[in-house]
Design a protein around this ligand. Structure first.
Ligand code: FPP
Length: 247
């Protein structure tokens, strides 16, 4: 059993039982800022910095897929100033990613309907997708204007269109046919979902993909979910008995 990051008197991560795919709902940025008397935008900034560090940590650990909920189809209900602030953090991240992708060896993808985003953001996303094709390291999936229901509806529409056009027989519709029309196509489902911020719900995130994921809900706010805390969560995940409906 290969063990990583052994610390005195502490359990450590079993490299042979790493979750292949970790998904995170990055919740609690607003409360993190409020606790410090700061504007909510400062919380999102801290959240985006935590995302960068978490991605580096998980990549070093050997996790293959890392998916985060950055902006949901429901987040448009927030004040315009806050929405614009989140998009400018994403823009900043994309500029950096375009510079760093050669050295970072991550494959960056965006899950969700990007069509209502600004032309600049769409251009940066397309450029990142193109550059990412050369890489083969950890897949980082950023869910942007993403909703689990919208994702499934989109897949159903595409299947219905193919059936109406006679290129797909309704009897041939299977889990695989549906999976191949989700944003997560070719990605194994998350082994572990982490939601910081104290809420115990999945808020329209990866509804199809989370069917057998292990879930960890913690009161820690996202900007405070350090690499050490991620390590503890992964260790607790490794102690679980996953049965996938079997015995
Ligand atoms: C939820 O916390 C967080 C969001 C809706 C936005 C998350 C976005 C980021 C962390 C920035 C994304 C940038 C990159 C580079 C991925 P909340 O605001 O609902 O927190 P609260 O419940 O405490 O108010």
């Amino acid at each position: 059993m290969k063990k990583l990051f052994a610390k005195k008197n502490r359990a450590c991560i079993d490299k042979d039982k790493l979750p292949r795919h970790i998904a995170i709902i990055m919740d609690g940025n607003g409360r993190w800022a409020k606790k410090r008397g700061l504007a909510r935008s400062a919380g999102h900034y801290a959240g985006s910095e935590r995302f960068r560090s978490a991605a580096k940590y998980l990549q070093k650990l050997g996790v293959e897929h890392f998916t985060v909920y950055a902006f949901s189809t429901e987040n448009w209900k927030r004040p315009k100033e806050e929405v614009d602030g989140i998009f400018s953090l994403l823009e900043k991240y994309l500029y950096e990613a375009i510079n760093d992708l050669k050295d970072d060896n991550i494959v960056l993808s965006f899950w969700g309907d990007i069509s209502p985003l600004s032309p600049k953001l769409i251009e940066l996303i397309e450029e990142t997708n193109e550059l990412s094709k050369k890489n083969n390291g950890m897949h980082v999936n950023i869910c942007l204007n993403y909703g689990g229901r919208a994702e499934i509806t989109r897949a159903v529409k595409s299947i219905a269109n193919d059936c109406a056009a006679g290129v797909l027989n309704p009897d041939d519709i299977s889990d695989e046919v549906i999976e191949n029309r989700l944003y997560s196509k070719n990605t194994p489902p998350p082994d572990l979902l982490i939601r910081p911020g104290g809420e115990t719900r999945i808020s329209n995130f990866l509804l199809w993909q989370l069917a057998y994921s292990e879930m960890v809900f913690t009161d820690t706010l996202w900007p405070d979910l350090t690499d050490d805390k991620l390590e503890e969560i992964i260790i607790s995940f490794q102690q679980r008995n996953r049965r996938f409906g079997g015995l």
